[in-house]
Structure formats: structure tokens, C-alpha cells
Design a protein around this ligand. Structure first.
Ligand code: BGC
Length: 255
């Protein structure tokens, strides 16, 4: 059991990659705090999976794009579970629009969840490590698009690129507090965020053609990397991005 006696908070854990992280880490003994916008059938299903994996957890709902709520979620997690060892900033959204048509509302929504939310969740979490000897872990679920342009998703790419620099800066600032911080950067994964793509055979075939591994990733592919970064084995790893993309990022083909 690699995560015994660890409390892990996963944002956006009501579905997709977040849910897979919750149940994978639970299967190694972690107690999971499941965060998503609301307590609903999705979050309750994640909790059932966590329990099915042999551990336990709780649901603390709240919108991470609101800084006051970030502080409340972390405070509630610390008092309810007696501490949080690992924060997984997984909550993320994307909006598809040509640059000329992007609205301020959509831009703000993407930045506020993906970047500002991760920033203030991290700040509230790290504040608890002042004057303690506890070790902390932060794992951000970014994207290959922390590096790779994605036309029509410029605000999404800015948020993920920002997450990359946030992680690099904080690896320096948080090391003295005993906290490591790393990014896990998924490529194309079979999750609800890709629903329209998964339902479009032609788009799906074109994307699969661009992935050297010849398939989309599974949420578990991502969760396994998170498990390693959260475990003692990754004690000396900080400031890094691990790509989980079947080779998508560095692929270049001439027809
Ligand atoms: C995006 C997906 C996209 C994938 C590969 C992810 O970050 O959320 O929409 O298919 O990157 O481009």
C-alpha cells in the first residue's frame, strides 16, 4: 500500500481523470477528499469507487474559481481529515472558439478554473505547512498544451502554459516548506472533456493518426503517474512535467 495514512484532495474529481486519480490512489490506501462544483450523482459515484477500491473518503463541494471558496475547501479538508498530504489540482475546463470570437466571459471562466483556481488552492494548502515537519505534495494536471499550441483553444493553452510556470516557480519557493510540486500533462485521453471528439469518427481517426502509440490514453494512464509522484518514491522530484500522451507532443510527420 503506497499511500497508506495519506490524505489526498482531488479537485474536479466528479468524472474523468479526477475520478480515476481518486480511485487509483484509494486502491493504495489513501483517504480521498473529493472536490467538484457540487455534491451530486457524479461525486457520489466517485466516492463509491473510492470505497470499492478499499479505502474511504468524503465529498467537499465548491467552486475553485472563487478564492474564498478555495480557502474554505482547504480549511474544511484539514479539520475534517486531520490534515491533507497531497493536493491534486485537476479541475479544468476548455472553450473552443476562434481567437476573433473569444468572449471575455469564456476567457475568464477558463482562466479562473484552470489557473487561478490551482494558484489559490495551492496557496491555501501550502500555508498549512509553515512551521510543520510534514511533507506535502502538489500535482497539477496540466496538458500537452502547457507546451503545444492548440488553435481555437488559446485561453486554454494560456492557462496551461501559466500552470507550467507556476509549477516551476513554486518548486523553488515551496521546497523549504517540504513540499514538492510537479505537473502531469495528459495528451488526448478518453474523458468527458473530449466527448464531441469521441463522437466524431473522422476527427477521432485524424487525432489517433497523430498519436505514435496509435490510441487515445485512458484516465488510468494518467492516474498511475499521479500515484508515483504522490508516493515516497518521488521524494526528490520537483519542478518537472511528466507527459502522458503516447508520443503526441513531439510527433511530427511529413506525409
Ligand atoms: C484537451 C483535449 C485535447 C487534448 C489533445 C487536452 O488537453 O483537453 O481537448 O484533445 O489535449 O490535444
Amino acid at each position: 500500500m503506497r499511500m497508506q495514512n495519506n490524505v489526498v484532495l482531488v479537485t474536479g474529481a466528479g468524472q474523468g481523470i479526477g475520478r480515476a486519480i481518486a480511485s487509483r490512489l484509494a486502491s493504495e490506501g489513501a483517504y480521498i477528499i473529493i472536490n467538484d462544483l457540487y455534491e451530486n450523482d457524479n461525486t457520489r459515484e466517485t466516492l463509491r469507487e473510492v470505497q470499492g477500491a478499499g479505502s474511504n473518503g468524503c465529498i467537499i463541494a465548491g467552486d475553485v474559481s472563487d478564492t474564498v471558496i478555495c480557502r474554505d475547501i482547504i480549511a474544511e479538508g484539514f479539520s475534517w481529515a486531520g490534515g491533507i498530504d497531497v493536493l491534486v489540482n485537476n479541475a479544468g475546463i476548455e472553450r473552443n472558439a476562434e481567437f476573433l470570437d473569444v468572449t471575455e466571459k469564456d476567457f475568464d471562466a477558463v482562466m479562473n478554473v484552470n489557473l487561478k483556481g490551482a494558484f489559490f488552492m495551492t496557496q491555501a494548502f501550502a500555508q498549512h505547512f509553515r512551521n510543520t515537519k510534514r511533507k506535502g505534495r502538489i500535482i497539477n494536471i496540466s496538458s500537452v498544451h502547457e507546451e503545444l499550441p492548440f488553435p481555437h483553444f488559446t485561453s486554454y493553452c494560456i492557462s496551461k502554459g501559466g500552470m507550467k510556470m507556476m509549477m516551476r516557480n513554486l518548486s523553488i519557493e515551496l521546497a523549504p516548506l517540504g513540499i514538492t510540486i510537479n505537473n502531469v500533462a495528459p495528451g488526448a485521453i478518453e474523458t468527458p472533456i473530449n466527448k464531441s471528439l469521441l463522437n466524431n469518427p473522422q476527427q477521432l481517426a485524424e487525432l489517433t493518426h497523430n498519436i505514435p502509440a496509435g490510441r487515445l490514453g485512458k484516465p488510468l494512464d494518467v492516474a498511475n503517474a499521479v500515484l508515483w509522484l504522490a508516493s515516497d518514491e518521488a521524494d526528490y522530484v520537483t519542478g518537472s512535467t511528466v507527459y502522458i500522451d503516447g508520443g503526441l507532443l513531439w510527433n511530427y510527420q511529413e506525409q
